[in-house]
Design a binder for this molecule. Sequence first.
Ligand code: SAM
Length: 308
Amino acid sequence: MGEGSRLDSGEAFDAEEPILPRKAGPLAPGLYLVATPIGNLEDMTLRALRVLREADRIACEDTRQTQKLLNHFGIKTPTVSYHMHNEGSRAGELVEELKAGARIAVVSDAGTPGIADPGSQIAVAAIAAGVAVFPVPGANAAISALIASGLGTERFTFRGFLPSKAGARKSALEALARDGGTEIFYETPHRILEALADVEAVFGGAERVVLARELTKLHEEFLRGAVAEVRGQLAGRASVRGEMVLLLAPAAVSASGKTVGSIADEIAALVRAEGLSEMAALKRVAKERGLGKSEAYRELQREQGRRR
Ligand code: SAM
């Protein structure tokens, strides 16, 4: 067994001799995309701390915001701004330094750079210049929301922010090519009620959603249920605050272009309403969705696996 397997081998954890990461060599030249916490400072990884400490420079979405984090951890590495408005030109300058052998870390205000945040342009430019690009994984709001949502995790699509204008948002929802996976959106507190109203208008009040708020923070909260209920619950509050992720439960688009929900629910409804056998109901649902019978059956089994 290699190093680091001490806990797995059943040996007692020795508080006198804490398990520390193996002493790594000096940081290799290259671009480091470093995730930082989305609310809870304990989500800073040991590797992120080492990379930020040892890098030549840290390119930050907001230098003042990152400075607070660096001060908290006693990190003195110089910072440079790298944000939405200078992403293109700054990426060029930083890549020149990288080509000369620099070690540059990129961080956003919170979470994983490049995910609804600056980071991807410099990664593309560094790769094109033949520079090594290293991910330093950590907190991310979409994945954190997904894993605790109770919705299917085997297939999902991250959609970033919905358009801010009402008409465009509704059109984006209408055009959503749902493929049986969970849909994940970032949303702001001042638009969430309108966004939920649009989800309701497009997919119906019974559409199953999860709203994950203030993840990893003191007031972390998950609202799960039909969109009409979740919207009612939020609308009843004196104010709607905090950062949030909206998830839609898996649904598919039928052959007729209609968004359809759970196969199991649909079969049960047909059995109840029309007295069909389960097999006849499965055939009907498969036909409506443009699926073969066995394909629909496999989808049903996947759904049941997710519900278990
Ligand atoms: N790069 C970040 C990540 O890895 O998650 C996302 C940055 S994006 C500009 C900010 C959005 O992410 C927020 O508007 C919210 O939708 C979501 N978000 C960030 N932190 C969150 C948190 N603690 N709880 C819920 N959502 C959060």
